[in-house]
Design a binder for this molecule. Structure first.
Ligand SMILES: Cc1ncc(COP(=O)(O)O)c(C=O)c1O
Length: 412
């Protein structure tokens, strides 16, 4: 397989083009990614040339609407969905909140909802609150040593009262990839639907939602090289049936049923730039623009995956040699099994101090419970100090990782 051309990749990102920002090793990408110029150029264009009410039948207004429709189309193609199956909301947390309001309208006494204690609170709290509306909540629990979910512990929880199974494609802390397709199949056997949080997975692999056969699939574009929006995929048949949360007269527009507020036009307008970036990466590496968007996305995420694997190998190798350090999730550098989101803690040193040492070396880490509070708590980690997280993506370099390893080798 071709190697990823990192010079080309970095040339797409304005953050790497000026001295002030280029010197940092960006390693808190699971919190928010950098944005390529394919996106920023479109945002500036929208604000400077078409920032009027879209779809009003005249020049700039029509262009604004076309940019928004184009983003719908491209992002739908990228995950192998139909445009009407995707909606944009302000964030994944807000999107799950609205979805929970919709599901609440359908609840019958005795209905059960399964949540995990591995997820970010965004895909737990909204569902747990439905207990007040009559739902019974069941918890699929992590192994308290590893932080991992075993599907064998889920299957006994499934029964004919199960309405939803809400879980993460890959945790923002444990980062190990859950077998989404198998879990969806098991849920469907009891007529339950799955709500999958793909926020931590999508930056490393944009999945084919039809191949996974998921019912609802959510991720945040601001962590996937785009603007600050959350994307909801909902299978067409479910979107027809879900209780409309928008204005009553808009109920036939599937894309409005789960987004009650007016969307951020400019951000939707530039979101298609994410796919333009993927297409440019594809063209640069494979020399053509043939094939569907979906084919291109598959090809470039293979490249990203190989590169990300070479990044996590030295980092995990370093951490695995430290007796007092524990990596959460699988401590194995295998991009088929885990994302390169490496969260760890030490029994000897505070996570805050480790993070500060990294910052002093111009490395941007994360340190927190990262709203996966229940996971951190169940692992017996101090929730105030949390874990250190070094979350890598395809634009990180071997040199970024070497710098981090040098600091960690000195202080740990
Ligand atoms: C795994 C995961 N799920 C959900 C969320 C919430 O996303 P948003 O910030 O778009 O609400 C986050 C945010 O960090 C996350 O990491």
């Amino acid at each position: 397989m071709k190697p990823l051309d990192l010079d080309f990749i970095r040339a797409q990102f304005p953050a790497y083009q000026n001295e002030e920002t280029a010197g940092w090793a960006y390693m808190e990408n699971a919190g928010g990614s950098l944005v390529p110029s394919q996106v920023t150029d479109k945002l500036i264009h929208f604000y400077t040339k078409t920032k009027v009410q879209p779809y009003s039948g005249y020049g700039p207004s029509d262009q604004a609407g076309e940019a928004m429709d184009r983003s719908h189309r491209l992002l739908a193609e990228a995950i192998n969905a139909q445009p009407e199956e995707i909606s944009f909301g302000p964030s994944t947390t807000q999107n799950t909140y609205v979805m929970a309001q919709a599901i609440a309208e359908e609840l019958k006494p005795g209905d059960e909802i399964i949540v995990t204690n591995q997820d970010h609170e965004a895909n737990i709290g909204a569902w747990r609150r439905l207990e007040n509306r009559g739902a019974t909540i069941r918890e699929w629990q992590v192994d308290r040593q590893t932080g991992l979910l075993d599907p064998e512990n889920l299957y006994p929880l499934l029964n004919d009262k199960t309405k939803l199974v809400c879980f993460t494609h890959c945790s923002n802390i444990a980062a190990t990839i859950n077998p989404v397709k198998a879990i969806a199949k098991a849920a469907h056997e009891v007529d339950a639907k799955v709500v999958v949080d793909a926020v931590s997975y999508a930056p490393h692999c944009l999945a084919d939602v039809k191949q996974l056969d998921v019912d609802f699939y959510l991720f945040s574009l601001y962590k996937t090289y785009g603007p600050h929006l959350g994307l909801i995929y909902g299978k067409q048949e479910h979107m027809h049936n879900i209780a409309n949360q928008g204005h009553f007269f808009n109920q036939d527009y599937l894309g409005k049923r789960l987004t009650p507020a007016g969307p951020n036009h400019a951000e939707i307008g530039c979101a298609g730039g994410i796919v333009d970036y993927f297409t440019d990466v594809y063209q640069h590496h494979f020399g053509d623009t043939n094939g569907s968007v979906r084919t291109q996305v598959d090809a470039i995420f293979n490249l990203f995956g190989q590169h990300e694997q070479t990044l996590m190998e030295p980092l995990l190798a370093c951490l695995n040699t430290k007796q007092h350090v524990k990596v959460v999730g699988l401590p194995v550098a295998d991009h088929e099994r885990r994302a390169p989101t490496i969260a760890f803690y030490s029994n000897k040193m505070k996570s805050a101090d480790i993070a500060q040492a990294l910052i002093d070396a111009k490395i941007g880490p994360g340190q927190s419970h990262f709203y996966a509070y229940r996971l951190i708590d169940n692992l017996g980690i101090d929730t105030d100090d949390g874990v250190v997280r070094l979350s890598l993506v395809h634009y990180n370099s071997a040199e970024d990782v070497e710098r981090a390893v040098a600091v960690l080798d000195t202080i740990l």
